[in-house]
Ligand binder design. Structure first.
Ligand SMILES: Nc1ncnc2c1ncn2[C@@H]1O[C@H](COP(=O)(O)OP(=O)(O)OP(=O)(O)O)[C@@H](O)[C@H]1O
Ligand SMILES: [Mg+2]
Length: 389
């Protein structure tokens, strides 16, 4: 694929010559003033800008000075008609020019400079990405330490179990009370499990999660049952469409964790809309099970959609950590599946999960014990889905 070069010159004939010379190697885009160049740079990224120094209104050196601040990664190559040492000096001092070229230029020389400039640009971008990852890694380490402390303290507070056992024994004739105590007990057990997961996560262990054939309809029903206790997503605003009953080799709790993250995001997206609605749909397509979470909420712009899978990316300020979708994707990919999103600002969002289908458990005879799959431990946004035995 040809790379983009932005050529800035107020003289049309120079532009024609430059374009004709390099058209086979680069995609040469032109601008006839510094301002037009800046407008173009605001809409898309160019690895290299070649600009004539002598231009009315904004000189090449002035253009480069602005670019150095606003588009620091783009490499700047300056052209000048004669040995203008003053221009050269000010360009070098103010604009940090990648290279300075004297007219008339030679094709080979310019070509190799452009190639080097593109290489330098690519290296700059990958350095920047590396730095971002380092910052994210630092934040993760910090978060890990806080999580470990939090898990430790939470563990200390989990002393309800004897009380629940007492209720179950003493009030065994009160069915409602025993049922609620049972519910509290499973939640309690689940909390202990989460705390252990957090501790394992901080120790960089990866949890081995057993994946076995599960009926996804059952997994969804169980989750919806739990949502009765989720205040942020009133059931009146949720439709559950079970169009098929596919099975997948999966860890029930992890899949519920993913869906809960998606449903919480959808609930957040519709929270200010009177007609806001969320659909959770299960279907089958060929050898895949398909789970969709669809909302008609605030939706996202293209720029947001591109970034939603990045860890720590959130548009919710203090209300979000930006980890929900990162965790969701790791879990789905560990299951050999995919998760995608389409969205339109002000119209809503549509998340689609595809998991490889398996035969239902009853059809698998004789059945080997399911091998464990390694699923990243997500200490974040872990749902308290009761374990229904
Ligand atoms: N259904 C949706 N509608 C609109 N925007 C969404 C939707 N789902 C996700 N997003 C966008 O994606 C971003 C990242 O989502 P993600 O679940 O990873 O983090 P979060 O919800 O911000 O925080 P948390 O870690 O608490 O889940 C959100 O901040 C939001 O901008
Ligand atoms: Mg979220």
């Amino acid at each position: 694929m040809k790379r983009d070069i932005l050529y800035v010159d107020d003289e049309l004939e120079n532009l024609i010559v430059f374009q004709a010379t390099f058209d086979d190697y680069f995609n040469v885009v032109s601008a006839d003033s510094g301002q037009e160049a800046l407008d173009l740079l605001a809409t898309r990224a160019f690895p290299v800008v070649v600009a004539d120094h002598r231009m009315p209104k904004m000189t090449g050196a002035e253009l480069f000075e602005v670019m150095r601040i606003k588009f620091p990664h783009t490499k700047r190559v300056m052209l000048t008609g004669y040995a203008d040492s003053k221009a050269m000096l000010s360009a070098i001092n103010q604009g940090h020019v990648f290279h300075f070229l004297k007219k008339p230029w030679e094709q080979d020389v310019v070509f190799s400079i452009l190639v080097r400039a593109i290489e330098a640009y690519d290296m700059g971008i990958s350095n920047m990405m590396l730095q971002d990852r380092l910052v994210a890694a630092d934040r993760c380490a910090m978060l890990g330490r806080s999580a470990a402390q939090l898990a430790h303290e939470m563990g200390n507070q989990l002393c309800m179990l004897p009380l629940l056992e007492l209720i179950e024994e003493e009030y065994s004739q009160h069915e409602d009370l025993v049922r609620m105590a049972g519910f509290a007990r499973t939640t309690h057990e689940r909390l202990v499990q989460i705390i252990n997961e957090v501790k394992a996560f901080v120790r960089f262990e990866r949890e081995q999660v057993i994946a076995q054939p599960v009926g996804l309809a059952h997994v969804l029903h169980e989750l919806v049952e739990f949502l009765r206790y989720e205040r942020n997503l009133p059931l009146a605003r949720l439709s559950v469409d079970i169009n098929a009953e596919p099975w997948a080799k999966a860890n029930r709790v992890k899949i519920q964790q993913v869906l809960l993250n998606l449903l919480k995001n959808a609930a957040f997206a519709i929270r200010d809309r009177d007609t806001g609605h969320v659909t959770l749909r299960l279907s089958a397509a060929g050898d895949e099970a398909v789970i969709e979470v669809i909302d008609n909420g605030c939706g996202m712009t293209e720029d947001v959609v591109r970034r939603i899978w990045e860890p720590f990316f959130t548009t919710k300020g203090e209300e979000g950590t930006g980890l929900g979708l990162d965790v969701a994707r790791s879990i789905i990919e560990a299951h050999g599946g995919t998760i995608d999103c389409t969205s339109e600002a002000n119209r809503g969002s549509h998340f689609t999960i595809r998991l490889p289908r398996v035969e239902s458990a009853s059809e698998i005879k004789p059945r080997e014990p399911a091998p464990p799959i390694t699923v990243p431990v997500g200490p974040f946004a872990q749902p308290l889905v009761p374990q229904v035995s």
